[in-house]
Design a protein around this ligand. Structure first.
Ligand code: F3S
Length: 756
């Protein structure tokens, strides 16, 4: 990976100059987060200070990572950009589309059968455009990134919320939608609102049963699931430096559960040890040479209240293990007796049926070795395991090494199922039930990050509790949610009372990491000859056609739907079974706006087709307008498109002929996504005009030929009785974004510029 070290050295070379300039401009010592942000400005050397939580800033990330579910549409779009290669080092990781059922070998084979078309597509596109490809079974994206690509002081984006895991190795790593990733792959800037900063001071040291997982479970309890929104969480203090690098990764990973933009830690010896153990001596040496730039200025940590927007302090010496859940990751209960009362009061089943260890959050060598020390005690003390065990190693490197070191064998002796190195139960890819919707009420415990209803097994009655891997092991063996391994005894098969000793383990493998085939496929040096083939009969993949520009005259358009109340990206493009069609725009468009409530009848997916006078589903109605050469528009309420950055929510209406979305207000990311797809995203100048729009309206844009920055548009709504209302619509298009509209999409423009 020589390419990487050259890139990393390039980042470090510029860092000193940029950070020193930024410090001067900001006029005070800098946090680590600010150092990384200011050294990754798209425009290069900083020339102005940005206001946290306010200014939108263009950045130049160093890397991109995509997982197999989100990569499909991202790569299909990238293919539209007319580029020979990705502009920024990029990797694709096949980890989401592998179901856990019988164990790794059978499950992986099954996944390769049912999703071979998707995997082959991702592999060939990667090969063609210079993208590193990690095969199914190679590992979970964030563990693989931590082992191979993350580096202190770097900035990366990834098409998965838990991209933030790489903060464990001192990065600013942020989860984004496919459209953002495509921009950066195509050589464009990436825009982010300059985040606020939350400092978390960790004093003391973890010991005994308390693990890094408990730190983030505690932070989630303090900040709740929304407390980190729009902020980078920066951890520091002796407690931070005393933790392993993968433990830091666990903490950063679950920053996604408090809504944080990302989380990070300053470069320290644990990171250096991890870099060297994962054969990146060169990165460690390069980082050592710029150490002072890879952590905050000393004044910051000495007086954090002055430099952070919010500061939290946690004493690790008194922190006790926690169980968070069910159904939300911020509901904390200390391990032990308080769970007995709480479970009774809330009617949570105390019996634990499964203990799951793994996911991108907790599947490192250290995690598995500490959990196995508890499993080994069960064997030594003749304890019978009460719950079933499932293990998902984080990567083939971790799996191979833990197998070599006898760690997996310990779990196997407890009849654990060793699942594929993949997400599995963490993303609902767990064939636990044949009919999950009608499955019984039960409790499970896992070391994952998310535990909302149905997440693991599709059963709305599964109560999932989140804990450290070692605590998962102890509670699964005991089979009770309120078991406290620090105080409680268990009766073994000989009828004797026994207790667990504290967990032990290795931060890193004493004999080093080892792997035979890590599952990586490097792209061809010259991929120009690689043919990417997609069957025209495929129901999961469809090559994209460039969108046709909507033009400067839109008249005779029809109202498709006036959405009432909340209309999130889930209402616009539902997830669940539709995920299967993420790579097929026409098929997934059959979910377009089917969750939105029609303002005229308060029903979902039931709108008036003005051509027939009948009521029908939204996608079918849109298709009829499109077939008749009629454009349509969508009207919406406040914060339209909130939720995720899913680009399908903009691409689907565009594909179905929607020209404009006119709302009271937008979620900003969705508004930008509409712009990127060459559509009109507009807001009512007078919110009350929303009430003027009628079900049978025909719509004429009166001055679209004068579309310009800061100039509102006038739209005429002709009602069924012939009366008219003219509505003033505001927009936030700048000149570049108007050019996207005129070309039909941002990608069309990139392609055109490329061709010059
Ligand atoms: Fe996969 Fe679950 Fe992480 S879905 S990427 S293991 S959050």
């Amino acid at each position: 990976m020589a390419f990487d070290i050259d890139m990393i050295k390039g980042v470090y070379t510029k860092m000193a100059d940029r950070v020193d300039k930024a410090r001067g401009i900001v006029g005070k010592p800098l946090t680590l987060s600010e150092k990384i942000l200011y050294s990754h400005l798209w425009d290069g050397t900083p020339d102005k200070a940005f206001t946290r939580g306010k200014d939108y800033v263009d950045f130049a990330p160093d890397r991109i990572a995509c997982q197999d579910a989100t990569a499909q549409m991202a790569l299909l779009q990238f293919m539209q950009a007319g580029k020979d290669n990705v502009a920024v080092p990029t990797t694709v990781h096949c980890d989401h589309l592998i179901q856990a059922k019988d164990g790794a070998s059978t499950d992986l084979k099954h996944a390769n059968d049912v999703s071979s078309e998707v995997f082959k597509f991702l592999e060939s596109v990667s090969n063609k455009y210079g993208i590193g490809f990690w095969k199914p079974g190679a590992g979970i994206i964030h563990q693989v990134v931590l082992e191979n690509y993350a580096f202190p002081g770097g900035m990366m984006i990834g098409t998965d919320s838990h991209t933030v895991n790489a903060g464990g190795l001192g990065m600013v790593a942020i989860g984004v939608g496919g459209a953002d990733a495509v921009d950066v792959m195509a050589g464009m800037a990436w825009e982010l609102k300059f985040p606020k900063l939350i400092g978390v001071k960790l004093t003391g040291k973890l010991s005994g049963w308390t693990a890094p997982k408990d730190v983030i479970l505690k932070v989630a309890e303090i900040l709740t699931v929304k407390g980190g929104t729009g902020a980078i969480v920066e951890y520091f203090g002796e407690g931070a430096t005393s933790m392993s690098c993968t433990g830091k990764g666990t903490i950063c990973n679950m920053g996604a559960e408090i809504g944080a933009t990302t989380s990070t830690f300053g470069y320290d010896e644990s990171m250096e040890r991890y870099l060297r153990a994962t054969e990146r001596e060169d990165v460690a040496d390069a980082a050592n040479a710029v150490k002072s730039y890879l952590t905050a200025d000393p004044e910051v940590y000495a007086d954090p209240e002055t430099y952070f927007d919010e500061v939290i302090e946690i004493d690790l010496s008194v922190l006790t293990p926690l169980l968070n859940g069910p159904f939300t990751p911020d509901l904390s209960t200390p391990v032990g007796a308080s769970m007995t009362e709480k479970a009774k009061a809330n009617d949570w089943p105390l019996k634990v049926e499964w203990g799951l260890i793994g996911s991108c959050t907790n599947s490192s060598y250290e995690d598995l070795s500490r959990a196995s020390s508890i499993a080994q005690q069960a064997l030594d003390k003749n304890l019978k395991t009460k719950a079933d065990f499932g293990i998902n190693p984080g990567s083939e490197k971790v799996r191979y090494t833990t197998e070599r070191d006898g760690i997996l064998e310990i779990f196997e002796k407890l009849d654990a199922k060793i699942f594929t190195n993949a997400c599995g139960p963490c993303i609902g890819q767990w064939a636990r039930y044949s009919d999950p919707k009608n499955a019984p009420k039960n409790s499970i415990i896992h070391s994952f990050n998310r535990n909302f209803a149905k997440r693991a097994d599709g059963n709305p009655n599964t109560h999932a509790f989140v804990a450290s891997p070692e605590m998962v092991a102890a509670i699964a063996i005991a089979g009770r949610l309120d078991f406290n391994p620090m105080t409680d005894k268990l009766i073994n098969e000989d009828g004797e009372e026994v207790m667990f000793d504290e967990p032990t383990g290795w931060e890193l493998p004493p004999k080093g990491f080892e792997v035979k085939d890590n599952g990586y496929l490097a792209p061809d040096e010259d991929g120009s000859g690689v043919v990417v083939s997609v069957s025209p009969d495929s129901e999961r993949l469809q090559l994209l056609e460039p969108f046709t520009p909507l033009g400067d005259s839109i008249t005779g358009a029809k109202l498709l739907i006036k959405a009432f109340g909340k209309c999130t990206t889930d209402h616009i493009s539902m997830a669940g079974p539709w995920l299967r069609f993420r790579g097929h725009l026409d098929n997934i468009s059959n979910n377009c706006l089917i969750g939105a409530v029609n303002a005229y009848n308060k029903k979902t997916n039931f709108v008036k087709n003005q051509l027939t006078g009948d009521y029908a589903g939204v996608p079918d109605t849109a298709r009829e307008y499109k077939a008749a050469g009629i454009k349509s528009i969508v009207v919406g309420d406040h914060n339209y498109g909130e939720g995720s950055s899913r680009e399908h929510a903009a691409m689907e209406p565009r594909h179905l002929g929607v020209a404009a979305v006119l709302v009271k207000s937008f979620a900003r990311i969705h508004e930008t996504n509409l712009k990127k797809q060459g559509m009109l995203g507009l807001t009512f100048d007078n919110e009350a005009d929303y009430d003027l729009i009628q079900e049978d309206d025909t719509i004429n844009f009166l001055d679209l030929n004068e579309f310009a920055p800061d100039k509102p548009l006038s739209i005429e709504f002709v009602h069924a009785d012939g009366s008219k209302d003219v509505v003033v619509a505001n927009h936030t298009y700048n000149a570049a974004q108007i050019a996207w509209y005129k070309e039909g999409s941002a990608l069309n423009l990139i392609k055109k510029e490329n061709a010059k």
